[in-house]
Design a protein. Structure first.
Length: 222
């Protein structure tokens, strides 16, 4: 077990700066280290798949789809965060699609006891950093909880990148707080008013994550 540096609830109050270099996001830790983001590193796992998809649909279509998805994801994450923090009496949606997506995952949100929301994390062991959607209690376990949006249902093989991200966050939490993460939870809000729940134990993808980190280091020398 790691030496405890922070309490779980303290994580969301850490001061970590971000900067973008050559299209890649980096985080500056409180002690000055500059680490690549979790999503940048784990993105190597799906890079070839995304490249082939962009070639198939064309750059213009791919750019439009990714831009729309990013905007939708940002807005939905804000709704989820506002709901979990209970700082607003009413969540106001921009359109009925967003409302139906939120409603589809609301029963799952109601099962979460949040400990830290949108918490910046880092690991000196992994030399990575990122921002986790939620560390919280779900089904009586301490979990890394990640919120995603999608236009259609996903098969489990399509969420491996999510598990890799969550594995990194689990390792960071354990390194920073000494607290063991029991489970990884991915909640997906889908257009059309449906949702999916994926879970994974937090050790199955550690070796793959470390391989990706080494691959990233070899490619970019950081």
């Amino acid at each position: 077990m790691s030496r405890k540096l922070f309490e779980l609830a303290e994580l969301e109050y850490l001061d970590i700066k971000t900067e973008n270099t050559d299209g890649k996001r980096f985080y500056i830790t409180p002690t000055g280290e500059k680490y690549p983001s979790v999503t940048t590193v784990t993105g190597l796992n799906s890079r070839e798949h995304i490249k082939l998809w962009r070639e198939r649909v064309g750059e213009e279509t791919a750019n439009r789809i990714t831009t729309q998805a990013a905007r939708r994801g940002t807005k939905m994450h804000q709704y989820f965060e506002d709901y979990l923090k209970k700082e607003k009496d009413v969540i106001e949606f921009d359109n009925i699609i967003e409302q139906s997506m939120f409603t589809s995952v609301q029963p799952l949100l109601d099962e979460i006891i949040p400990i830290a929301i949108e918490a910046p994390l880092f690991s000196h062991n992994l030399e990575m950093a990122g921002r986790v959607d939620c560390v919280g209690i779900f089904e009586d376990e301490v979990c890394i909880i990640d919120f995603k949006t999608a236009s259609k249902h996903k098969e489990e093989k399509h969420v491996i990148s999510y598990f890799l991200q969550e594995t990194a966050y689990a390792m960071m939490v354990e390194e920073m707080t000494g607290e063991r993460i029991d489970n990884l939870v991915t909640i997906v809000a889908i257009e059309g008013g449906h949702s999916q729940l994926f879970t994974c134990e937090p050790y199955g993808y550690r070796e793959k994550l470390i391989e990706l980190r080494e691959q990233y280091r070899n490619l970019y020398k950081v």
